[in-house]
Design a protein around this ligand. Structure first.
Ligand SMILES: Nc1ncnc2c1ncn2[C@@H]1O[C@H](COP(=O)(O)OP(=O)(O)OP(=O)(O)O)[C@@H](O)[C@H]1O
Length: 331
């Protein structure tokens, strides 16, 4: 298997001195669904623009589809699909005309165009509105049309820059189905997202980027294993230092020697390899110490727990500016 993307020690510093990407290395094999996860301002879009040859790295080497980003940007652009963060559909044209225009721009052979247009309309579930202009379309429909225009030339590699930001769950799910389908047909996908669940659901492998540096890579399962065990969520009354006392009991407990403890609005979360087999013992110790537990639950770690374990922050807390985060996909 060959690598569709190879990045070696790539840096990008903007002219105002902002170090957006600080020496990243990455290899993405053919056919992978790769997710680049990170908070606002982490460097996701900058990386995608380097790979799509819209920005030149200030240092390092990027190779895409076997072409060097510095010497062969034109060949790279012809061989990729790029769905930018902002929707790029033309509101003067109908959905069908938008896709036809993209066929012309990407030099899709005349003999294949009509078939390709119908196929893409169907894939993106826009056949019924094919002859309507997109100004009345919902945000999700516009995004699907945008995705169709990015894929008319059937690229083997597609960059999707936060494709579902601001979409409702139904619209998001339809796009997910589409991305899954093209990936199962062999397309390599490089997706940037700030949504943990999106990365978790879709991606074979995830890279977490923070402040221009990749701080972890692995499959969702591998990353979750880094948390070290399962999580015991404890609901504890917020009175008489009860939570502090509970944390002390957990710290001192011989049954949870590896525990890491995180405060939550309604109590504590405890991560430990012992959670699965010894939670009852810990609950007993807490009871003996007069800590009133009003509820508890055992769960497997989420990607937010991974982010927390690595950075000490929740991903949402580390957002650098407000954003229309779709609540139902945040953890
Ligand atoms: N043209 C620019 N000039 C100067 N700084 C920039 C420019 N574009 C982005 N930045 C800065 O570079 C850093 C990385 O931004 P980038 O857009 O790559 O992050 P991101 O992870 O994609 O975030 P978002 O989700 O907000 O798009 C941020 O600090 C951002 O403010």
């Amino acid at each position: 298997m060959t690598n569709t993307i190879v990045i070696e020690d790539v840096e990008l510093t903007y002219s105002d001195g902002t170090e957006a990407v600080k020496g990243i290395d990455l290899e993405i094999p053919d056919g992978e669904f790769f997710g680049f996860l990170g908070p606002n301002g982490a460097g996701k879009t900058t990386t995608i623009k380097i790979l799509a040859t819209l920005l030149q790295p200030t240092a390092g080497m990027a190779e895409v589809n076997g072409f060097d980003a510095k010497t062969d940007p034109r060949l790279i652009r012809q061989s990729i699909g790029y769905m930018a963060q902002e929707t790029l559909v033309d509101y003067q044209l109908t959905a069908r005309e938008n896709i036809r225009f993209a066929c012309e721009a990407y030099n899709v052979p005349h003999s294949e165009r009509e078939h390709r247009i119908e196929e893409l309309l169907e894939l993106t579930d826009l056949t019924d509105v094919a002859d309507k202009r997109p100004d009345d379309f919902s945000g999700g429909m516009q995004k699907r049309l945008d995705a169709a225009t990015a894929l008319v030339h059937q690229p083997s590699l597609v960059f999707l820059d936060e494709p579902t930001t601001g979409l409702d769950p139904k619209a998001r799910n339809r796009l997910w189905d589409y991305f899954r389908r093209i990936n199962s047909e062999g397309t390599t996908i490089f997706l940037t997202t700030q949504y943990l669940e999106e990365a978790d659901q879709l991606c074979d492998r995830i890279g977490i980027i923070l402040d221009g540096e990749i701080i972890a890579t692995g499959s969702p399962t591998e990353l979750k294993q880094q948390v070290g065990g399962d999580i015991l969520d404890l609901e504890i009354e917020d009175e008489d230092d009860m939570r502090t006392r509970a944390a002390e009991v957990v710290h001192k407990s011989s049954v949870f020697p590896d525990a890491t403890i995180e405060s939550r609005p309604d109590g504590l979360s405890v991560a430990s390899r012992a959670v699965q087999n010894h939670s009852q013992d810990l609950l007993l110790e807490l009871l003996n110490a007069d800590v009133a537990i009003t509820g508890f639950a055992i769960r497997t770690p989420t990607l937010d727990d991974v982010f927390l374990a690595i950075t000490g922050e929740h991903i949402e807390d580390s957002q650098t500016h407000d954003d229309q985060v779709t609540p139902e996909v945040t953890q």
